[in-house]
Design a binder for this molecule. Structure first.
Ligand code: G3P
Length: 218
């Protein structure tokens, strides 16, 4: 499983990238707006910090706007992936862009039908939003498993990015359900390596070691 960071915050990205654990980054207009920086500057900054794919989302909603924005975004860096919302115009844009060799990430996927259509249109990535599905009283992880099954049955190239991951359980279950990638909020990522029993264990070992070494000195 590849780990992407779901953030536009450069400090969060650098922290995980320095661990060698950042395979890519996803952003969306809300995450970029949160940083209060110029869109192009933020995306170029991220794209030059990480080696892997960096998703930048179009904001136009017509086919013409999406394609024009995508062509521009793709020029910003070699590792840019254009994020396109799951609409009729979006599918048409993905078909055009995939023929031009521009990589796309179809976002706001909430059903197997949407994921299958996006994959058939030529999406490089499809992004089911598991947290938002759970918010509706449905099961986001089941959608990941079903999408993985359908991609495998029809031998489609698109990779699943489990998005809208809200907690450690989502991350673990998405991995078990066969998501190719999990995109993890920058604030959640550090919680993945923490465990109360790890901290307690280290504390116990250190105390015993101190006792042992001070007894040796006597
Ligand atoms: O990757 C999608 C993500 O940014 C949306 O997350 O928590 O707003 O549903 P959330």
């Amino acid at each position: 499983m590849k780990f992407f960071l779901d953030t536009a915050n450069i400090d969060e990205i650098k922290r995980i990238n320095d661990l060698g654990l950042c395979d890519g980054v996803t952003t969306n207009p809300s995450l970029v707006a949160k940083e209060g920086r110029d869109f192009e500057e933020v995306i170029k900054d991220i794209a030059s910090t990480v080696d892997g794919p960096v998703s930048a989302e179009v904001t136009g909603l017509t086919y013409e706007e999406m394609v024009a924005e995508a062509r521009e975004l793709a020029k910003w860096a070699d590792n840019i992936v254009v994020k396109i919302p799951m609409t009729e115009a979006g599918l048409k844009a993905v078909s055009t862009l995939s023929k031009e060799g521009i990589k796309t990430n179809v976002t706001l996927i909430f059903s197997v039908a949407q994921g299958l259509l996006a994959a058939k249109a030529g999406a490089t990535y499809i992004s089911p939003f598991i947290g938002r599905i759970d918010d509706m009283g449905e099961n986001g992880i089941e959608l990941i498993a079903d999408l993985r099954q359908v991609l495998d049955i029809y031998d489609l190239d698109a990779e699943i990015i489990a998005a809208s991951i809200r907690h450690i359980g989502h991350f673990e279950q998405a991995a078990l359900a066969g998501a190719h990638i999990g995109t993890i909020p920058g604030t959640l990522f550090p919680k993945l390596w923490s465990h109360v029993l790890t901290d307690k264990g280290i504390d116990g070992f250190m105390k015993d070691w101190e006792k042992f070494t001070s007894n040796q000195k006597k």
